[in-house]
Ligand binder design. Structure first.
Ligand code: ZN
Length: 407
């Protein structure tokens, strides 16, 4: 008697995707792994099968109460990953922005205004603001958001921001990053090393809760030596690393990220080809933030040079109140195509698989393949190219997190 192998049992089906853009290396055609007339099946929020719809019903057993989502012929992509945000803060810097338009230069000093407003806000206010922002991210198809502390700048306030971020009750997955080393607070301007020591002391306390430690290594922020001290301590405490590097001036942050095998080096507007080479060789993801260049009228990062040297490039909003106040990650695709000279395919990988790699979630988020979360965006359009071409509008028609419809 022949036995039939038991098929995996699906409780969620996505069907009728005109183009299923898997962003996976193992499926579909081209850089983005596109499957025409694609479908996938999931169980308990995780994808178990991906392929042409024609083969779906012979490949999985379908639970009687399975949910079936008809994409209506639209393009379907993995839920987008925003891998670099400063999510939790209070206060308004629209006046500072207007002053910049009248000619004042952008500098790291503006952070102090947000720090004062954030310290003055109570937990409920900060939580409500962060939840509104997550809701807006979700509306644009973002299902995973990295969130940095860094507007507290005292051990008490940094811990408070980290706990607020980790406690947010929202379906968007949050990746917590401790960034006590955002800027040197005003009261330590004369004794910056005392502040560095304070951050280093806090690291073992936050290491259980924050996945990443990030440092702004730049003119006006932390020196290379201070950044190294903090990041080495974080690595010893078991944290993964990120570095804000080479934004205003080349100070060596990218080489440090490569040397310490950081998960990502972010900004990189002033990175050189040697930096690109080092990042590529160390497997550090280059996170580029074209919104920050746009809104501060600063140079754009050398994306082509990074890609040509073999670095993986991710894109993010850099959501923050000083230099890039937007939750529209889709817009970064259009900006990357025009200002960073990236192809639409490279830019879409930048907000999906490569962004997932920048938060150490490659294969779990940012791609549609077995083992990944059933996070997806159905576009209003039939092609993913619309993300570059139909710019400045929201193309997300339906958004799902682990198989649950959230928008
Ligand atoms: Zn940033």
């Amino acid at each position: 008697v022949a036995t039939t192998a038991k098929l995996p049992r699906a409780d969620f089906l996505l069907t009728n995707a005109g183009r299923l853009v898997t962003c996976s290396r193992g499926f579909g055609e081209g850089l983005l792994g596109v499957i025409e007339y694609g479908a996938f099946a999931a169980a308990e929020g995780e994808i178990i099968w991906v392929g042409q719809e024609h083969y779906l019903r012979g490949s999985v057993e379908i639970a009687p109460d399975a949910v079936e989502i008809d994409a209506g012929g639209g393009a379907v992509l993995p839920g987008f990953v925003d891998c670099h945000t400063h999510l939790v803060f209070a206060g308004d810097r629209s006046e500072e922005f207007a002053a910049r338009l009248r000619g004042s230069p952008y500098s790291a000093g503006g952070v102090a205004a947000t720090v004062s407003a954030t310290r003055a806000a109570d937990d409920d206010e900060l939580r409500a603001l962060a939840l509104q922002r997550l809701e807006r991210f979700a509306s644009f198809g973002v299902t995973t958001v990295e969130a940095k502390t860094g507007y507290g700048l005292t051990p008490h306030n940094e811990r408070r921001l980290l706990e607020i971020a980790c406690g947010l009750d929202h379906p968007v997955e949050l990746v917590p990053t401790y960034m006590g080393a955002h800027v040197i607070p005003e009261q330590y301007a004369e004794e910056p090393d005392e502040y560095v020591a304070m951050v280093s002391e806090q690291i073992p306390d936050v290491a259980g809760q924050a996945e990443f430690c990030d440092v702004w290594c730049d003119r006006g922020a932390f020196t290379l030596e201070q950044s190294r001290r903090i990041l080495e301590g974080a690595r010893e405490a078991g944290m993964k690393l990120k570095v804000h590097a080479e934004q205003f001036k080349r100070t060596g942050g990218a080489q440090l990220a490569a040397e310490l095998k950081a998960t990502s080096a972010d900004h990189l507007e002033h990175a050189t080809w040697e930096d690109a080479q080092a990042l590529a060789e160390a497997g550090v993801v280059a996170v580029l933030l074209p919104g920050a260049s746009l809104m501060t009228a600063s140079p754009f990062a050398p994306a082509r040079m990074l890609i040509e040297r073999g670095a993986r490039v991710a894109l993010s909003t850099d959501f923050n109140p000083g230099s890039s106040y937007t939750e529209n990650l889709q817009l970064m695709v259009a900006l990357a195509c025009i200002h960073l000279k990236m192809t639409p395919e490279e830019a879409i990988l930048g907000i999906t698989r490569h962004a997932a790699a920048a938060v150490a979630r490659e294969g779990k988020a940012g791609s549609l393949e077995p083992g990944a979360a059933a996070d997806l965006v159905v576009l209003h359009e039939t092609t993913e190219l619309a993300l570059a071409y139909h710019y400045g509008v929201n193309l997300a028609a339906r958004v799902f997190k682990r198989g649950d419809e959230i928008v």
